[in-house]
Design a protein around this ligand. Structure first.
Ligand code: GTP
Ligand code: MG
Length: 372
């Protein structure tokens, strides 16, 4: 470790922070729980407890990010994966209508009798290729997930109502997508309205760096009517085109990793989480660490409400079997054995609790100062 706070070290050693602070004091170091300790101090304390630092590093790496980026991904094993798409746009410009329209035309028809389940994401098939749509509100998907360092979206569809034009949240959406370096496809919606003025939308968007292909730029604009289901196929074809340019790849044959789309506590089933598998294949029985919780995948349900045994890259799937409820944007990683998953999961939960406590202490201190 380059550095570690007193609290983190205490947690790793399974000791109370106060005990560590006392020890540091005896060593002539005045420290608080949040104080970062250097390598020497960490080694001194560890030596005091008879703990080998090297060993600790191996066991106690609780940063899921490390596993997430673990370099077991061999180029040759990578194959094309479906794009993951979010829909963004100003209030009332037709995001929900578009999501429903895509789902209605592409899911229920093909899967006669299949009941679409609300799991926060769904997949459609166009020309034999799959596309995954996140149906969490686009802004939330970007802000909460990005705040947690998760990148889940490959392409964003920016919905702009042709009768209303560019609005504040349209611009906000563009900024989010740009910051995340996610390509934008513009869906000019409500084309069925007599007052629709697509040229105005194109004009207004040039001011925000989105120049239409028709005007010599490289932004794809597709006129649609989400309400009447018009232009949906062209829009989906454009999604596939942009996905192809992006050369999205993943390996099917490694242990799964990905991000939590949504999660809640279900009375009958316990902790229920929708996961987006981003790499590898998730299977029933897999030992898994999800955010600050862990477990074993007990059951998996796909977006059609069907039980499945495995889920490959870019597939959204709802799982049960976790010991606690994770949060949207949390990462998940599958481990080889249950013991490791449990160890890391519990360790992460401990750290989270610690942080909460520190946070609480801070708040009460702040309150104290306010009163003074
Ligand atoms: P928020 O979730 O509130 O931000 O809105 P939204 O972007 O999800 O918009 P929503 O899909 O709820 O649509 C808003 C209104 O516009 C609804 O009354 C829709 O029926 C209507 N609408 C959506 N798409 C179209 C369209 O293509 N044509 C027409 N005429 N109306 C549409
Ligand atoms: Mg909506």
């Amino acid at each position: 470790y380059e550095s570690l706070s007193v609290g983190e070290l205490a947690n790793k050693l399974g000791r109370e922070p106060s005990e560590i602070i006392k020890k540091l004091f005896m060593l002539g170091v005045m420290a608080t729980i949040n104080q970062e300790l250097d390598k020497d101090a960490i080694e001194l304390i560890c030596a005091d407890y008879g703990v080998e630092v090297e060993e600790e590093i191996r066991i106690d790496v609780t940063d899921l990010e490390i596993y997430f980026e673990e370099d077991e991904v061999v180029e040759e094993t990578q194959t094309e994966r479906p794009p993951v798409v979010t829909i963004m746009g100003h209030v009332d410009h037709g995001k929900t209508t578009l999501l429903d329209s895509i789902r209605d035309t592409k899911v229920t028809q093909g899967e006669a009798g299949g009941i679409t389940q609300h799991i926060g994401a769904y997949q459609v098939e166009v020309e034999g290729k799959k596309i995954t749509f996140l149906d969490t509100p686009g802004h939330a998907a970007f802000t909460t997930m990005r705040a947690r360092g998760a990148k889940v979206t490959d392409i964003t569809i920016l919905v702009v109502a042709a009768d209303d034009g560019v609005m504040p949240q349209t611009i906000e959406a563009i900024n989010h997508a740009k910051a995340a370096e996610v390509p934008i496809i513009v869906a000019v919606n409500k084309m069925d309205k007599p007052s629709a003025n697509p040229d105005r939308v194109m004009q207004e968007l040039t001011e925000h760096g989105l120049l239409a292909e028709a005007w010599g730029g490289d932004t794809i604009f597709v006129p649609i009517s989400a309400l009447k289901g018009e232009g949906i196929n062209q829009l989906l074809e454009m999604v596939l085109l942009v996905a192809e340019v992006g050369e999205l790849k993943a390996s099917k044959n490694i242990r799964a990793r990905g991000t939590v789309i949504e999660a809640q506590l279900d009375r009958g089933r316990g902790s229920v989480a929708t996961l987006l598998v981003q790499d590898g294949t998730l299977r029933i029985g897999d030992p898994i660490v999800v955010g600050n919780t862990f477990g074993k995948v007990r059951a998996m349900i796909n977006d059609l409400g069907r039980r499945v045994k495995e889920a490959g890259p870019s597939t959204p799937v709802e799982i049960t079997g976790l010991s606690d409820v994770p949060q949207a944007g949390d990462r998940f990683v599958v481990f080889e054995d249950e013991k490791t998953a449990r160890q890391i999961g519990e360790s992460r939960a401990g750290e989270a609790l610690q942080e909460q406590r520190v946070e609480k202490t801070r708040v009460t201190l702040d309150n104290l100062f306010e009163q003074m």
